[in-house]
Design a protein around this ligand. Structure first.
Ligand code: IVH
Length: 687
């Protein structure tokens, strides 16, 4: 057993830390630690206070909501307190909450035989998405927008009426029949697209980047000048009634939400009324998996008892109602130490900085490395080796270092500078005009060599089976290879002597190399590792020029004039083939018998020239690659995401929700499979 004095000391220490972080989060909008790390501190303190109740103090942060309001805005006393919610971090904790509800209600029924006779306490649940934004209370008087206040410490919030008035989704006038007083609670949030656009503007202006949509929303509300708030594209979801005078009476929370919707207040469409905790668990799991399909961020599900009389029976603690709980998703953001920043050299010679992190469990896996993309990104984020940094891993997205925790930065920590020499071959690194990337331009750089050969042999390029990373590294080490040209003059007798290479595997390798000579020109172009030129661009070039010699003879302008080829690719392709060493390499490949021709004239009518078609979900008559090929072979493009430039979105079975929503938002035509076939054949959009 630990000494009580030690426990008391730890509890005191936790309280001080939590109070500090409350202030950073609620008052300064500049949190130093992730929500998950904060939750861990609160859980530890709550655990200690439960085990040693004598340590519980009235002013403990476990007994309070948020933080005192700042002096920047006038105070607003909430007529009904704005409470916080208890959290459940697992299915078991959700079950335990349900069991507590049942016990309390059973006890109540025991006390009150009338209640039991009514049988009126069956628990039904309303499940709502837990919007990751800023809690707000908006007050209408006489049907008109009157006041907006932040939560503050739950009793007194801040008057942000002028700022919230700039939100287009917050009605300023309610329809006839609205009650004399209506206070609606909900969340001001920033849609992900607005957050990304805001950070792009910040980056252009050389200003500090916002860490996440929630912080951006909070920072955008905390402005003395409402025109700044107005420029930030904030939005609003209503989820709870506050004070209402002169309105209808309701038996259920779900009815209040319907009514709010009828009054023109935005209510989230994903809300569900469910009757069992099993269904609630399924709802939580579904959204845990699909959270990134939404155009705004959520960090959990809020489960509320639907029946309002039952809510009254359950009541509240000093901090949170007993009739609701927040089921929190596993964290996608954590803080950790940035040990160092290193630079890796890719197959095109691109030098990519990446973070070496103290490993941290985030977004469902342990993250020790994270890309920092390029020099400008490191500068914009201003992360330095030795910093405490916020690391984010959201869904399938690769882990990202969001930014430093400045308050934790050791004094005098030097800024990181991009190396001037390649860490592998020592030759100078170069950054081309107008490009964000830095390159090692030494074609002989060992780092480039290995990855370049692997890429040449990979499936999207020359597709040489059995010629993967390990084989390439082994052959390089043994001096059997030094560039892609050597593949076709490989000394198989020497290979036969290597460990792991028996007669059969040598014969297979020989056959695989032989077969690769017949790949079409587009595959060869992919395999050559020309910066910026990917599969789609290679297809376009091969189709347009039909023969490698025509590509070699083309000027930069001629290449740029090909539909689907932009100036950057044109410059890169032309530059590549102007290089003597690269030309010599190509000639060696040709001499070895590698095919240098492609489909000369388009074999199908170019119905989709200049068009961009996004395909989402499963189609009956096309594989994913097949659908893409159907578009590109007709001169169109088929990228993976929807943008303003998208001509149409083709929707199959189980489409991606985010693509659909985006298409709807942008008013882009949505086609089914029949419409797609019609479009391929005629180039016309149906209807
Ligand atoms: S109900 C007494 N519903 O989560 C009930 N809160 O951790 C109070 N939140 O302060 C809140 N989505 O900022 C409720 N659908 C939702 C919510 C939600 C997000 C936030 C809100 C609240 C915090 C509690």
């Amino acid at each position: 057993m630990p000494e009580l004095a030690d426990v008391a000391q730890r509890a005191e220490n936790l309280r001080a830390q939590i109070q500090h972080h409350n202030r950073r989060y609620h008052e300064l909008d500049d949190p130093e630690i992730s929500d998950a790390d904060y939750d861990a501190l609160v859980r530890e303190l709550r655990g200690l206070e439960e085990e040693f109740p004598e340590l519980l103090t009235a002013d403990s942060p476990t007994q309070q909501v948020g933080s005192a309001p700042s002096s920047l805005f006038a105070p607003v006393a909430h007529r009904q307190p704005m409470m916080s919610l208890d959290n459940a971090f697992s299915g078991e904790e959700l079950e335990a909450w349900g069991a507590r509800l049942e016990r309390r209600l059973a006890a109540e029924r025991g006390d009150d035989p009338d209640g039991a006779a009514d049988g009126g306490m069956a628990v039904g649940f309303v499940c709502e998405l837990k919007i990751d934004g800023v809690a707000m209370s908006i007050r209408y008087e006489g049907g008109r927008y009157h006041q907006a206040a932040t939560r503050g410490d739950g009793r007194v919030g801040e008057d942000v009426t002028a700022n919230v008035a700039t939100l287009a989704t917050v009605p300023k006038v309610l329809p006839d029949g609205a009650p004399g007083v209506l206070e609606v609670r909900g969340e001001v949030y920033m849609p992900v697209a607005a957050f990304e656009a805001l950070n792009a503007r910040q980056a252009d202006a050389g200003a500090r980047l916002f860490v996440n949509p929630r912080n951006s929303a909070a920072g955008s509300l905390r402005q003395k000048d409402p025109s700044i708030t107005a420029s930030r594209d904030l939005s609003w979801w209503s989820y709870q009634l506050g004070e209402v005078v002169g309105g209808p009476t309701f038996a259920r929370h779900s009815e209040t939400l319907t009514w709010l919707g009828e009054l023109g207040l935005p209510v989230n469409p994903e809300i569900r009324v469910l009757s069992t905790l099993g269904e609630v668990q399924a709802f939580c799991r579904t959204w845990e998996q699909n959270r990134h399909d939404l155009p705004y961020e959520i960090d959990g599900v809020v489960v509320k008892v639907d029946d309002l009389a039952t809510r009254d029976v359950l009541g509240a603690t000093s901090k949170a109602p007993r009739w609701a709980i927040a089921y929190k998703f596993p964290p996608e953001e954590r803080t950790t130490t940035l040990r160092d920043i290193a630079v890796s050299i890719g197959r095109t010679g691109k030098a990519t900085p990446f973070a070496e992190l103290e490993p941290v469990f985030v977004g469902g896996s342990t993250v020790g490395l994270a890309t920092l993309h390029n020099e400008d990104q490191v500068r914009a984020k201003d992360v330095r080796p030795g910093d405490t940094v916020v690391v984010r891993k959201a869904g399938d997205v690769i882990p990202e270092v969001v930014g430093p925790v400045l308050a934790e930065r050791p004094e005098g920590l030097p800024e990181w500078t991009f190396p001037t020499e390649c860490p592998v071959c020592g030759e100078p690194l170069q950054r081309l005009e107008g490009e964000a990337a830095t390159y090692c331009v030494n074609l002989g750089c060992p780092a480039r060599r290995a990855t370049a050969i692997e890429h040449f042999a990979s499936r999207g390029a020359m597709d040489i089976e059995g010629f993967g990373e390990q084989t390439v590294r082994l052959f390089l080490e043994q001096g059997l290879l030094s560039d892609i040209g050597d593949i076709y003059t490989l000394d198989f007798d020497a290979v036969r002597g290597l460990e792991g290479f028996g007669e059969t595997s040598v014969n297979n390798l020989r056959a695989a190399i032989e077969a690769s000579k017949d790949r079409p020109l587009a595959n060869l172009l992919v395999g050559l590792n020309i910066a910026h030129l990917g599969g789609a661009g290679s297809q376009v070039l091969a189709r347009h020029f039909g023969h490698l010699d025509a590509v070699l003879a083309a000027s930069e302008e001629e290449i740029a004039a090909v539909a689907g080829i932009g100036p950057i690719i044109a410059q890169s392709v032309h530059g590549f083939f102007s290089d003597e060493a690269n030309r010599a390499l190509v000639e060696r490949l040709r001499a070895a018998g590698v095919n240098v021709t492609g489909p000369a004239a388009p074999s199908v009518p170019q119905t989709l020239e200049g068009r961009t078609i996004v395909v989402t979900g499963t189609l009956e008559g096309f594989s994913r690659d097949g659908a893409e090929e159907a578009v590109t072979s007709r001169g169109g493009k088929s990228p993976g995401s929807v943008s303003k430039k998208t001509t149409a979105v083709v929707v199959g079975e189980s489409p991606g929700a985010s693509k659909l929503t985006k298409a709807e938002e942008l008013g882009i035509p949505i086609l089914d499979e029949a419409g797609f076939v019609h479009l391929l054949e005629t180039g016309e959009l149906p209807g």
